[in-house]
Design a protein around this ligand. Structure first.
Ligand code: SF4
Length: 411
């Protein structure tokens, strides 16, 4: 697909000079001659996505051989697609731009480490009908599409998303809905994919209506990266439709503070105004957000956008993601710099999705130093140690006190 460009010199790249906490509008860059109505039209954005190595070569003057080769091979694994809007968040001069690392393929993606898997969360083995995953007792994952506005190079569902690797994803909505209806224990349905907000308003309303009509379904959720990749999709009409299906929550996916632009903030505001509680799920990624300053700016900006930072995921062991995976030690270090150092609402839960289908397991820096015979030694964010004692029935034994020199041996 050819993308409209006005030609001429590349737009200036000054992203690194922008303070992380500021909100900026995405530049128009190569698309500066496109009309406002086209630029703000989500269908125009989708139609003009960057989808080939040749387009990347034209638009990204600093494209490396490693990236070009990765882009050439992408359509055999996870397709390349970047909306013009999101592309313009890339610092064109910076080979290690954190936005670029997330969406521009690299050859390293084609290397599978021995510990990596095509389905690290074991979804396929927990799928009673096509497109539905029932892994936890009272909730299901309802996959609606294999398409996304742009493709994240570390996607845990890359086996099916974009349909590049021959997975042949075919959800069967009737069977998925019938499964939910016949399982009264399912009280929570998460629509995901791919990105559910790529469905038309009518199709999405049809699905949500069917699910909402099942009496035991208490709670609906949508997992989406659309407000970040394609905020133009969050139209007033979409919001008006979604608000008919409350309680409806939404999990969005931002990894770096620069993704929270003026446009993304406005889109998230429209969703919040429609009464949709918003949570963010970040993935810990090397050279993207494995840094306390970056993460703190991200969570603080999310709160300004009325989004609760919900999860920080250790990057799943998805095939071809080794070059993007930060260590658990790094994740814990980042968490240590959040807890107590910023608003509690801004602190996500750091989790590892236990490989093979074990589910999400929270991991935290150690704040309980020891717990024995009714004595608990705890450490606060400043490293100060306190003692809390209690009787067998849970009543405190004496006033909690600060310990200058803890005697850990007594525990
Ligand atoms: S938006 Fe979500 S489903 Fe789509 S590629 Fe990114 S991580 Fe995967």
């Amino acid at each position: 697909m050819q993308t409209d460009i006005s030609g001429g010199e590349e737009p200036p790249s000054d992203h690194r000079l922008q303070p992380l906490k500021e909100f900026h509008s995405a530049a128009r860059g190569y698309w500066r001659d496109v009309s406002d109505s086209d630029w703000n039209d989500w269908r125009w954005q989708l139609k003009h996505r960057i989808t080939s190595a040749e387009q990347l070569q034209r638009f990204l003057p600093t494209l490396t051989p490693e990236e070009y080769a990765g882009a050439k091979l992408a359509n055999h694994k996870l397709a390349l697609a970047i909306t013009p809007y999101f592309f313009n968040l890339i610092d064109l001069a910076d080979e290690n731009c954190p936005i670029r690392l997330q969406v521009v393929p690299r050859l390293a993606e084609t290397h599978t480490a021995p510990w990596e898997m095509s389905d690290p969360c074991g979804e396929d083995s927990h799928s009673p009908v096509p497109g539905l995953v029932h892994r936890y007792p009272d909730r299901v994952l309802f996959l609606v599409t294999d398409r996304c506005a742009s493709y994240c190079r570390y996607c845990t569902r890359s086996r099916l998303v974009s349909n590049a690797s021959g997975y042949d994803f075919h959800p069967e909505f009737d069977k998925q809905i019938a499964y939910v209806a016949s399982h009264p224990e399912v009280r929570d349905v998460l629509l995901s994919g791919g990105d559910p907000l790529l469905l038309s308003d009518d199709k999405l309303a049809f699905l949500l209506g069917k699910l909402r009509a099942i009496p035991h379904v208490e709670f609906l959720r949508i997992g989406t990266r659309i407000p970040i990749f394609l905020p133009q999709r969050i139209t007033p009409e979409l919001c008006a439709m979604l608000k008919q299906f409350h309680p409806l929550f939404m999990s969005v996916h931002a990894n770096h503070p620069r993704e929270l632009t003026t446009e993304a903030r406005a889109a998230l505001g429209r969703l919040a105004d429609a009464g949709i509680p918003l949570g963010n799920q970040s993935v810990l990624l090397k050279n993207v957000n494995d840094d306390a300053t970056v993460m703190k700016a991200l969570v603080q900006k999310l709160l300004i956008c009325r989004v609760k930072p919900y999860y920080l995921y250790q990057c799943d062991l998805i095939a071809g993601s080794a070059h993007l995976r930060a260590s658990v030690a790094k994740g814990l270090e980042v968490m240590e710099q959040l807890r107590g150092h910023t608003t509690g609402y801004g602190v996500p839960t750091y989790v590892i999705d236990a490989p093979g289908g074990g589910g999400k397991v929270p991991i935290n820096p150690e704040y309980v130093l020891c717990r024995n015979a009714g004595r608990v030694l705890i450490r606060n964010y400043e490293g100060k140690i306190f003692e809390y004692t209690e009787n067998a029935d849970g009543t405190p034994r004496c006033k909690p006190k600060k310990i200058e020199e803890p005697d850990l041996c007594k525990c």
